[in-house]
Ligand binder design. Structure first.
Ligand SMILES: CC(=O)[C@@H](O)[C@H](O)COP(=O)(O)O
Ligand SMILES: NCC(=O)COP(=O)(O)O
Length: 248
């Protein structure tokens, strides 16, 4: 399993963050997505937040028109977002939890407590041909619920693992990594396709990339930051190299 090439989805949200900081037309996330494609990305991820703090509706429109790569469209489970997804029919829709006041996505989606609503919410997206993914914590009950509602994919939230690494809390980091590994195996056993992402950096990507059940990583904030120093293409190439090296 680990010999399979791990897909890299490049998240371009924070190109839009820089653009929006000045209300300018640049830097253009669609240009970034095309460059990511040329640099070997396997997909593009964009999160249309309800408050539109980075990616805009026009960005999603532009990405759908300009991209040959699959778009992984991240969104909250709201009627407004469902209508947008059904209009564009992206390759994948990843349902994420959203809190207006959060700085970034703080945890995984609460699926177990909202199964009935979410099952009805994702059914039309699946019927429209989108692969439905659930952004989720490494938690058995949540994964089982994601499976029951008919999601095809889960994306494991690696944010806690990355934060613990950054804070130097290595024993806790390793425990979280072990949880991610165990839950990747568990989800794969249920027949779910397993992705991972959030907060990954050159320092943290290898142990995640080495998990044999994973087929895709979605990485954005660090790559966009690193692009300031080395350019977007080399920043992506280095992430790709580290992922390939971890896979052996
Ligand atoms: C859902 C998730 O983890 C990220 O993909 C998200 O798109 C990042 O966006 P924010 O940085 O706005 O949380
Ligand atoms: N779903 C995670 C993602 O797309 C990228 O998250 P980040 O690397 O921007 O934290």
């Amino acid at each position: 399993m680990s010999a399979t090439r791990l897909r890299l989805g490049v998240n371009i949200d924070h190109v839009a963050t820089v653009r929006n900081a000045r209300g300018s037309a640049y830097p253009d996330p669609i240009r970034a997505a095309k460059l990511a494609e040329e640099a070997g990305a396997d997909g593009i991820t964009a999160h249309l937040r309800e408050d539109r703090r980075h990616i805009s509706d026009a960005d999603i429109e532009g990405l759908m028109q300009a991209l040959s790569l699959p778009l992984n469209f991240e969104m909250a489970a709201t009627e407004e977002m469902q209508a947008i997804a059904l209009r564009h029919r992206p390759h994948a829709v990843c349902i994420v939890p959203e809190k207006r006041e959060e700085r970034t996505t703080e945890g995984g989606l609460e699926v177990a407590g909202d199964e009935n609503r979410l099952a009805h919410f994702i059914a039309p997206l699946r019927d429209a041909g989108c692969r439905v993914s659930i952004f989720i914590a490494a938690d058995r009950a949540q994964i089982e619920a994601a499976h029951r509602i008919g999601a095809q994919v889960i994306e494991l939230h690696t944010g806690a693992y990355c934060d613990l690494h950054a804070e130097g809390r290595m024993a806790e980091r390793d425990a979280e990594l072990a949880r991610l590994a165990e839950m990747a195996t568990f989800a794969h056993g249920l027949g779910l396709e397993v992705h991972a992402g959030h907060g990954l950096t050159y320092d943290t990507v290898a142990p995640i990339a080495a998990l044999p059940e994973l087929v895709e990583l979605n990485i954005g904030h660090f790559i966009v930051g690193e692009a300031i120093f080395r350019g977007l293409t080399p920043a992506i190439h280095e992430m790709r190299r580290l992922m390939d090296e971890a896979r052996g």
